[in-house]
Write a protein that binds this ligand. Structure first.
Ligand code: C2E
Ligand code: CA
Ligand code: CA
Ligand code: CA
Length: 277
């Protein structure tokens, strides 16, 4: 038995060591990666469900790693949130997003808005509102062009910090989207304490929504609450026609997901803006 335990711990140690090594490598590389433009902004479209009109996009970061290829943000963002680098990376994404919006405006496209993610770590940056304002102003854009997605779990972790940040951002006119809505335990309390603009339904909700009648009921109630509070609702992770039909039925405003399109480079998104081929 002792031998077996030793073996078990050996395996565990190896996995830990590998993870630490990976974290160390990534940490060593991240600053150079940023300055040598290895990070890229991808855009995923959002559609208005009542008529299928393109209504905006979400900016999602990708790491085009010279040796490892494209890395998913789920592999490096948690580490960047731990070591603080996410604040730099997010600022890069916000800047790139505004630069693209400026380019499109210059080319005469209708003024879409592109939502960006604001990490839980950014919320602690005392300069957050200032940085965001400077970024949109640098490109001569109105603040409403850059809606901010803040994850619900950030609220759960530190309600007072989020309340303060959201209040000062709202004062400047930024639109606030609550990301992953319904994934935590304090969703209703949060609605009571924050003045939001948009609820972004957590993907898991859409998943179970089609299978469980109970989720269908909860979703209907969320829609009703959103209605009385003047909030618009976005469903993310829409993958099937059935999910889309249910969402239309309950009056969900916008949809985003693989059913419509995967996140894509900005140039590809521009083609999409020109309309159906
Ligand atoms: P999120 O903000 O909840 O973004 C939605 C994620 O779902 C994206 O994953 C998107 O590609 C994926 N997705 C979209 N439609 C579908 C679908 O129909 N089915 C499925 N299964 N997935 C779908 P991605 O790009 O890998 O990003 C993962 C997470 O990493 C994001 O979750 C967000 O929390 C974080 N993230 C991504 N880019 C940034 C960024 O620039 N800054 C910060 N702070 N976080 C980011
Ligand atoms: Ca998001
Ligand atoms: Ca989300
Ligand atoms: Ca998420």
């Amino acid at each position: 038995i002792k031998g077996r335990y030793d073996q078990h711990f050996a395996v565990y140690d190896d996995a830990m060591r590998e993870e630490l090594l990976w974290e160390q490598t990534i940490t060593n590389e991240m600053t150079t990666a940023l300055s040598s433009e290895q990070f890229e902004v991808y855009l995923q479209p959002k559609y208005r469900l009542q008529d299928g009109v393109l209504a905006g996009a979400e900016a999602l970061v990708r790491w085009n790693h010279p040796k490892q290829g494209f890395l998913s943000p789920t592999t490096f963002i948690p580490l960047f949130e731990k070591n603080g680098f996410i604040t730099k990376l997010d600022q890069f994404v916000w800047d790139k997003t505004c630069a693209v919006l400026r380019q499109w405006d210059n080319k005469g496209y209708p003024p879409l808005s592109v939502s960006v993610n604001v990490s839980r770590a950014d919320i602690y940056n005392a300069d957050l509102t200032n940085i965001l304002l400077k970024t949109v102003q640098k490109y001569g854009l109105g603040v409403s062009r850059l809606p901010l997605e803040i994850t619900e779990s950030a609220y759960t972790e530190n309600p007072s910090q989020i309340i303060e940040a959201v209040e000062s951002l709202k004062k400047l006119g930024f639109l606030i989207e609550m990301d992953d809505f319904g994934s935590g335990y304090s969703s209703l309390n949060m609605l009571n304490q924050l003045s939001l603009d948009i609820l972004k339904l957590d993907m898991q909700f859409i998943r179970s929504e089609t299978t469980k009648p109970k989720s269908q009921g909860i979703l209907r109630h969320i829609m009703a609450i959103a209605g009385t509070m003047g909030l618009r609702v976005v469903a993310e992770g829409v993958e099937t026609k059935e999910q889309l039909e249910r969402l239309c039925e309950i009056g969900c405003d916008y949809g985003q997901g693989y059913y419509f399109a995967k996140p894509m480079p900005c140039e590809a998104f521009e083609t999409l803006m020109r309309g159906p081929i």
